[in-house]
Design a protein around this ligand. Structure first.
Ligand code: PMP
Length: 429
């Protein structure tokens, strides 16, 4: 079947034909692609075409698709039973590996998605502080729970109409518990805290923002937010669902010398399976049920198949950390695309942090916040996206996202990426 036929079939029984709006091509137009299989850095599409994958399941597939070690680990686990709803030894094995890499985290609770991890982090912060308000940054995405879909990035940018909240169905009193400030603006956080003395439970952000495109923190920004939160008696939550184990072994916040009160992780640590985690000091984590009064649960949480994939992934990353190579490949993309765009006089520039990157349709980097990101030309990005896809490279279908390289990507793949970019860039001015 063609993608058009598959899409029409899916649209009859699935809203918009997709199970997550970010898979639709709302921001770039055209028919969403369907994948038949993946191997390493490549996808085989349902129409038989092979494309280089820079989505990597939104960052989850750091070892590449169908990695033999992961396939073997999950096959072995599945053969022993896929879920029991009863504790299994592997859960603590995985938790130990996570805790060992994060100095300020004593315990973690395994959950099934980033959304759940953040939802739990917020409830925990409220339960521990006895306060209700949350401060979040415009353009940061923390999953699709009610209070966090206010000025959210990622698919919520293009799915909604840009007003607050970014989704229908969120009661106004819940949206009102979320205060929104621009990213990269610590003074705005301090001002919001000062405006609501004794009422803010937590300040939450993505340390390196990835849902308004790749937007790194300004020097000193995160430290200043942490200090402001501390001074106001609010908890500081770092949502590292994208960042965790993406730039190095462990968390960005830990490497940056921060000490957030609660952290969330997902994507890479799940090894391509529905697994995420929330972590904190013991006193905070023990506020969760069954030890504490903050309720949280999950039928499939910590299931042995996902745990096997996660352990295999973390062990492989620890045994042979790919981060320097991933960053070098992302840097080649940054330099190559930017040089070519400049040569052709095209306003498109790659902004990168370490191993993640976004081609923004602008010649005015840096992009520092959502306002900057929204000023980039969506139509030009859409043309670049389709130009790349036509030439066998799959980028994220929106510039409010980040692109990824995996350990399965090679320098030859980066050559191919840059070669593919030449014609689209030449015709984009
Ligand atoms: N937090 C961040 C920073 C994310 O990027 C995402 C997903 N892109 C989430 C939370 C939600 O994770 P999930 O899609 O697994 O629910």
């Amino acid at each position: 079947m063609t993608h058009e036929e598959l899409y029409a079939k899916a649209c009859r029984v699935i809203p918009g034909g997709v199970d997550s709006p970010v898979r639709a091509f709302n921001a770039v137009g055209g028919t969403p692609i369907f994948v038949a299989s993946g191997e390493g850095a490549y996808l085989t599409l349902a129409d038989g075409r092979r494309v280089l994958d820079c989505c990597c399941s939104w960052g989850a597939m750091i070892l590449g698709h169908a990695d033999p070690g992961i396939v073997e680990a999950v096959s072995r686990a599945a053969a022993r039973g896929t879920t029991f709803g009863i504790a299994t030894p592997g859960e603590a094995e995985l938790a130990e590996r996570i805790v060992a890499r994060i100095p300020f985290v004593d315990k973690v609770r395994l959950v099934n998605s980033g959304t759940e991890a953040v939802m739990t982090a917020i409830r925990l912060a409220r339960g521990v502080t006895g306060r209700d308000l949350i401060i979040k940054c415009e353009g940061c995405y923390h999953g699709h729970s009610d209070g966090l879909l206010v000025s959210a990035g990622s698919g919520a940018m293009t799915a909604g109409d840009g007003t607050q909240p970014a989704s229908a169905g969120i009661p106004a009193p819940i949206a009102e518990e979320t205060l929104v400030v621009p990213y990269n603006d610590a003074e705005a956080v301090a001002a919001a805290l000062a405006a609501h003395p004794g009422r803010v439970a937590a300040v939450i952000l993505e340390p390196v923002a990835g849902n308004m495109g790749c937007v790194p923190p300004k020097p000193g920004y995160l430290q200043a937010v942490q200090e402001a939160a501390r001074a106001a008696g609010a908890l500081f939550i770092c949502d590292e669902v994208i960042n965790a184990w993406r730039f190095g072994l462990g968390l960005y916040s830990a490497a940056a010398g921060l000490e957030p009160d609660i952290v969330t992780m997902g994507k890479v640590i799940g090894g391509g399976f529905p697994l995420a985690a929330v972590g904190a000091r013991a006193d905070v984590m023990d506020a969760l049920a069954p030890t504490g009064r903050v309720y949280q649960a999950g039928t499939l949480s910590g299931n042995p198949v996902a745990v096997a994939a996660a352990i295999e992934t973390l062990d492989r990353l620890a045994a042979d950390p790919p981060y320097a190579r991933l960053a070098a490949m992302a840097e080649r993309i940054e330099r190559g695309v930017n040089a070519s765009a400049e040569r052709h006089g095209v306003p498109l520039r790659v902004q990168r942090h370490a191993t993640i990157f976004t081609p923004f349709a602008t010649d005015a980097l840096p992009v520092l916040d959502l306002a900057d990101s929204k000023r980039c030309d969506a139509t030009r990005y859409a043309r670049f996206f389709h130009g790349m896809l036509d030439r066998g490279v799959y980028l994220e279908p929106s510039q409010f996202e980040v692109n990824f390289v995996s350990a399965a990507h090679t320098d030859a793949d980066i050559d191919r990426f840059l070669q593919a970019a030449e014609d689209p860039l030449a015709s984009l001015s």
